[in-house]
Design a protein around this ligand. Structure first.
Ligand code: AVI
Length: 319
């Protein structure tokens, strides 16, 4: 099928060499770690979509509920005729509810997973022919030149899903500074932030009964085999996720259930039973905590929407 005229795709996909370098560096330190951005190849993105449908994983459906319930108010805050930039676009249900009320002139989705990005951005270009869709496959955690946008459109960044929680607080400051530069003075950021809550609820969300989160976590090992030719036994590693209350974060690990070894790019990494690879943190914030963090880098919180159960929050921030 031919691509619609209102669609363009820029491919700044990170090279396999970046993955190899970060894996080798992460396995060489103690405790061992691999950054969560490497979960998201085509298979990992599909697994993440499947996570969002699990009954225990409340963030996605709660955020969608907030966007739908407060769509008009959100559109009024953000203003129309915007260039809408979405970070980590992934699945498109949320952006569609926003596009319906915001009707921006331009939509710029940024995502690290090429197939996922292409499929969802193409679908949007076809369904919204009046919106110019400029998709970029990129690791948006590193600064890069955005595709040109019409100068008269004011800029809005949409960062859903509490992906901000996957950054260390210091890195959040850097990311928010970059976003502030993207939208410029008077520009806005609409961001989804998962809230602190009962640890039992959090632990269940990251340990779903169907084992989808476990498969998502272990997909990074499969990716090492597929892309880096790593030699390892996937079944020697088990998924471990728990809420660390003092640090306010879910931690995810791949833990060796017996002594094992990973061989990659000519290097050998031995694991004793119980030793792990730290693969993700997912920080949870109170609305006040997140507003304070954003204020440190010059964002003013205009409004925060939360659901009745206080599970999730959506913040409208202005530079
Ligand atoms: C993408 N991110 C916000 C998800 C989260 O909840 O931290 C990733 C995830 N990891 C396990 N389940 C979902």
């Amino acid at each position: 099928m031919t691509e619609p005229a209102n669609f363009e795709l820029h491919d700044l996909k990170p090279a396999v060499a970046d993955f190899r370098r970060e894996v080798l560096a992460g396995l060489a330190v103690s405790p061992r770690r691999i950054p969560p951005k490497f979960f998201y190849d085509a298979e990992g993105s599909q697994l993440f979509d499947a996570i969002t449908c699990q009954p225990e994983y409340y963030p996605t459906r709660t955020e969608i509920g907030l966007l739908r319930a407060h769509g008009r108010e959100i559109a009024e805050r953000l203003g129309r005729q915007a260039a809408l930039i979405e970070l980590g676009s992934g699945s498109d249900i949320k952006i569609r509810s926003l596009l319906d009320v915001l009707r921006p002139a331009e939509y710029l989705p940024l995502d690290i997973s090429l197939t996922h990005l292409r499929d969802s951005a193409l679908g949007i270009a076809r369904d919204y022919p009046q919106i110019r869709v400029r998709a970029t496959c990129v690791d948006y955690t590193r600064q890069f030149a955005l595709p040109p946008m019409s100068p008269e459109a004011h800029r809005v960044v949409f960062y859903p899903g509490s992906s901000v929680g996957n950054f260390e607080p210091d890195d959040v400051r850097d990311l928010l500074r970059w976003v502030a530069g993207m939208v410029g003075p008077g520009g806005r950021l609409l961001i989804g932030v998962d809230l602190k809550k009962d640890p039992a609820r959090l632990n269940a969300a990251y340990n779903d009964a169907a084992g989808v989160t476990a498969a998502f976590n272990r997909n990074v090992l499969k990716r090492m085999v597929r892309e880096l030719g790593a030699q390892l036994v996937i079944d020697d590693f088990v998924h471990r996720a728990f809420y660390h209350e003092a640090l306010g974060r879910i931690e995810m690990h791949l833990q060796a259930c017996r002594p094992t070894r990973i061989q990659v790019a000519g290097q050998i990494f031995d694991f004793a039973e119980g030793e792990g690879i730290h693969t993700e943190n997912s920080y949870k914030y109170s609305p006040a905590q997140f507003a304070a963090l954003a204020a440190e880098v010059g964002f003013v919180t205009e409004q925060v929407w939360c659901d009745a159960e206080q599970l999730f929050s959506v913040h409208c921030l202005r530079v």
